[in-house]
Design a protein around this ligand. Structure first.
Ligand code: NDP
Length: 246
């Protein structure tokens, strides 16, 4: 059940994270919003509260362990516990390897990989102690299928897939009752393409999204479904995208 669950959402200042926060709050969850842009977080928290929901927010850079620890502390101080950690922050500065955009490669590893590790490290002790919890992570269809321009991005999202599957297996073996769900979105209209700094890569992705892109609200529905399942049930992997995208 979603109602009254305390859900931390990283990457909540736009796109999939913001859409998920709105939907979960409307269904009675207490949402804790994290990202780097404070103004957007505050606006969203205000909007949720005006609509009768409950929200807290904190600026966070998922690449910093202490920020992840602090958002877990905020959730506990404000709402008493954490039930769900939605590890969703990410960026996709695609480029061909020959362009040697090494700064972008490292940034993707810091945010898309280390951000997930840091978030799990921050919340796992609480989940183990309370013998319940759910970790949901946003991978990508790029984590299932390679494509030119997406070598490092796809690699970070492959990592998420593997990591989440091992988390699921170990949690089951250790009897900690931690559920996992990994989301693999295809073309979803968000601010993600703004992170691409290689013009030809940006142009080709914009063409795909113009043709196929659907609302982030659709992904929010999938996250809500995963949370809403009974606590003894997990659906591990969701591929979600435009019905007409090949
Ligand atoms: P957006 O760019 O709209 O959202 C990305 C979010 O991540 C923003 O809230 C951004 O906030 C946050 N973020 C980026 N860097 C950091 C950081 N260092 N610390 C904390 N937060 C950070 O794009 P989406 O909503 O599309 O992206 C959400 C997730 O979905 C990503 O992991 C992305 O890879 C994945 N995805 C998206 C697809 C799509 O088609 N849109 C397809 C497949 C996967 P801020 O800038 O304020 O920090």
């Amino acid at each position: 059940m979603i109602k009254d669950k305390v859900v931390i959402i990283t990457g909540a200042s736009s796109g999939i994270g913001a859409a998920t926060a709105r939907l979960l709050a409307a269904r009675g969850a207490k949402v804790v919003l994290g990202a780097r842009r404070e103004k957007e977080l505050k606006q969203l928290a205000d909007e949720i509260e005006k609509a009768g929901g409950q929200a807290a927010y904190r600026t966070l850079d998922v690449a910093r362990q202490s920020d992840n620890d602090d958002i877990v502390s905020l959730a506990k101080q404000t709402f008493g516990r954490v039930d769900v950690m939605f590890l969703n922050a990410g960026l996709m500065p695609n480029s061909p390897l020959s362009a040697l955009k090494m700064e972008d490669w490292h940034r993707m590893i810091d945010v898309n990989v280390k951000g997930v590790l840091n978030g799990v490290a921050a919340v796992l002790p609480s989940f183990i102690a309370q013998k319940s919890g759910q970790v949901i992570a946003t991978s990508s269809v790029a984590g299932l299928k390679a494509y030119p321009g997406g070598a490092v991005y796809g690699g970070t999202k492959w990592f998420v897939r593997d990591f989440m599957e091992v988390l699921r297996m170990e949690s089951a073996m250790e009897g900690t009752n931690i559920r996992t769900a990994t989301i693999y979105p295809a073309a979803i209209n968000t601010e993600l393409l703004d992170t691409i700094r290689h013009k030809a890569s940006a142009d080709s992705m914009h063409a795909i999204y113009r043709q196929y892109g659907i609302s982030a609200d659709r992904v929010a529905e999938v996250v809500a479904f995963a949370i809403d399942l009974p606590d003894d049930t997990t659906v591990n992997e969701f591929t979600v995208g435009p019905a007409n995208q090949p």
